[in-house]
Design a protein around this ligand. Structure first.
Ligand code: CO8
Length: 258
């Protein structure tokens, strides 16, 4: 299971998937998305697994977002990536065994969205969360506009989405974005402890709870699809080209509303 950028290991029937592109702060490129997609396809078939932990390699980042340097404005590859991302993140959200994000650093943009698609989040005290897409002239494309308000409420979600500001682990916990904050390096151990507790309970009941809590939010599937469409529209603007170019050139963007 896994590939060279999504590393898989198993212990006590718990699968740990580590996103490993530390040179790019574990940004999600096509290979990462493929690795996650295939791993969760396999998890659905594996009756012996009791839980999944998602984390990032290194000490600096969980996932710093989608791979900005790989953004292509010329073709519709991003639209396809958006749809594939929707399927992958839905698989994670609907996984029959509990999935915990062990957030060991930056969880930004697609990284924050990946953590939010998991059932629970354990963060190290140096973790930073945010949806900075607006700084690039784009919008979230992996569920941020839909899942963030569900977790922290509309007002604060709008503030984070519209300012692009980052928040620390303790604030994320106070807002309900994070379940637990632990010392750096303790995230996977804490996630394992929670999973072992859950898996000591009746598995059929646990599966039904996950499915039913997801069902409560069923209507937001429409919102997720609308987000993908509007991400693609936003991506065609001059501001998106300017925002992405400015990140790569390490300068401030100049947005013109076009
Ligand atoms: N993509 C590609 N490369 C990245 C990314 C990223 N998201 N984040 C960091 N890197 C790279 C940097 O460019 C740098 O590379 P190099 O050494 O070659 O210059 C390396 O990782 C280390 O990063 P920094 O030097 O910038 O490290 P700092 O400690 O100075 O800063 C930050 C850390 C604050 C995390 C900074 O790197 C940053 O702001 N990163 C971008 C965060 C961001 O904007 N994320 C959102 C991306 S957009 C998104 O996720 C949309 C999701 C929906 C997509 C839908 C598709 C269909």
């Amino acid at each position: 299971m896994g590939n060279d950028v999504v590393l898989a290991s198993e212990d006590q029937q718990i699968l740990t998937l580590t996103i490993s592109r530390p040179e790019a702060l574990n940004a999600i490129n096509a290979a990462v998305m493929r690795g996650l997609h295939d791993a969760f396809e396999e998890v659905a078939e594996r009756e012996d697994l009791r839980g999944v932990i998602l984390t990032g390699a290194g000490e600096k980042a969980f996932v710093a977002g989608a791979d900005i340097k790989g953004f292509k404005f010329e073709d519709d590859s991003l639209k396809q990536l958006g749809q594939f991302g929707f399927e992958t993140f839905s698989r994670i959200e609907q996984c029959r065994v509990p999935v915990i994000a062990a957030v060991n650093g930056f969880a930004l943009g697609g990284g924050c969205e990946l953590a939010m698609a998991c059932h629970m989040r354990v963060a190290s005290s140096n973790a930073r969360f945010g949806q900075p897409e607006i700084n690039l002239g784009i919008i979230p494309g992996y569920g941020g506009t839909q899942r963030l308000p569900l977790l922290i409420g509309k007002g604060k979600a709008l503030e984070l989405l519209l300012t692009g500001d980052m928040i620390g682990a303790e604030e994320a916990k106070a807002l309900g974005l994070v379940n637990h904050v632990v010392a750096p390096g303790e995230e996977v151990a804490k996630a394992t402890e929670i999973l072992l507790k859950v898996t000591s309970k009746a598995p059929i009941a646990a599966q039904k709870i996950i499915a039913l809590v997801n069902k409560h939010y069923y209507n937001y599937q429409e919102g997720l699809q609308a987000e993908i469409r509007q991400f693609a529209e936003c991506f065609q603007t001059e501001d998106a080209k300017e925002g992405v170019a400015a990140f790569i050139e390490k300068r401030k963007p100049v947005f013109r509303g076009k």
